[in-house]
Design a protein around this ligand. Structure first.
Ligand code: KIV
Length: 294
């Protein structure tokens, strides 16, 4: 466990870490027990990502996730948090229509769910206007460029972005403009390490990488990927630190076998009547309800 050096992670603290070249740690969480473990371990940022649609709700993409679902899960996470900064991820279509509705949706994360800020994908001119409006409304914003899963239909798959110069330039410019618009940090997802290094050097705000190499100011992973709780396709950048799916399968199989073989529950898992009361007590029950009744 790391020794957390602040009682509550703040934006100035994260900026200080960048200055001191101390890495920022971030992970996703979507529920109370997971968030509690991450917070106790001293992770700096807990992101309630819209990845919840895929890893918790079983959708193929993040697109169906709603504001209400995000608020529900963010509330569970903030109930568990003592030290970490909690960021709520703005789901698809919650910040694409009117500026007013977008600000109101972002404000729900703060007012209703107790989050410390929001994350939103993209750096189009409209997005930058929104970032400015959110900052003006005292809502801290984490940007997100590179692979932006909400654009999956346009991108055509979860693949590395910015390998060609034109796209790399757009990602670079996007990150710079997000900083200018007031974002306090920016996620770089699935971009070449060399590009992430250049962007990280150019920005005053921290970069948080996922599939962006080791030179970002911090790293984030989806907790289910790190724990081996998800099965199936896994991006190259994921490091599995555990095989939770294997551990759970083993435990559930053991349980099924124990129940079938009458090995569970044992005496230690059972309640008993007091010995002196049991005889007459059971006799009366039998008389009333069954076996003892004549
Ligand atoms: O939704 C999410 O979990 C994310 C992270 C992968 C950065 O956006």
């Amino acid at each position: 466990m790391v020794q957390p050096s602040v009682e509550r992670v703040s934006i100035p603290y994260l900026h200080e870490l960048k200055k001191k070249k101390e890495k920022i740690t971030a992970l996703t969480a979507y529920d109370y027990p997971t968030a509690k473990i991450l917070d106790d371990c001293g992770v700096d940022i807990i992101l309630v990502g819209d990845s919840l649609g895929m890893v918790m709700l079983g959708y193929e993409t993040t697109l169906p996730v709603t504001m209400d679902e995000m608020i529900h899960h963010t509330k569970a996470v903030t109930r568990a948090r003592k030290r970490a900064m909690v960021i709520g991820d703005m789901p698809y279509l919650s910040f694409h229509l009117s500026l007013k509705d977008s600000v109101m949706n972002a404000a729900r994360f703060i007012k209703e769910a107790g989050a410390d800020g929001v994350k939103l994908e993209g750096a189009s001119p409209q997005r930058l206007i929104l970032v400015e409006a959110l900052v003006e409304a005292e809502i801290p914003v984490m940007g997100h460029v590179g692979l932006t899963p909400q654009s999956i239909r346009k991108i055509g798959g979860f693949k590395v972005q910015g390998t060609e110069e034109e796209k790399a330039e757009a990602i670079y410019r996007g990150a710079l403009e997000l900083e200018k618009a007031g974002a306090f940090a920016v996620v770089l997802e699935s971009v070449p390490q060399e590009l992430a290094r250049e962007i990280t050097r150019s920005l005053k705000i921290p970069t948080i990488g996922i599939g962006a190499g080791p030179d970002c100011d911090g790293q984030i992973l989806v907790i289910h990927d790190l724990l081996g709780f998800t099965t199936g396709y896994m991006p190259k950048f994921v490091k599995r630190y555990a095989d939770l799916a294997g551990i759970i399968s083993q435990a559930v199989n053991d349980y099924i076998n124990d129940v079938k073989q009458n090995r569970y529950p044992e005496d230690q898992h059972s309640y008993h009547l007091k010995k002196e009361k049991a005889g007459p007590f059971l006799q009366r029950l039998r008389k009333k309800f069954g076996q003892g009744k004549s």
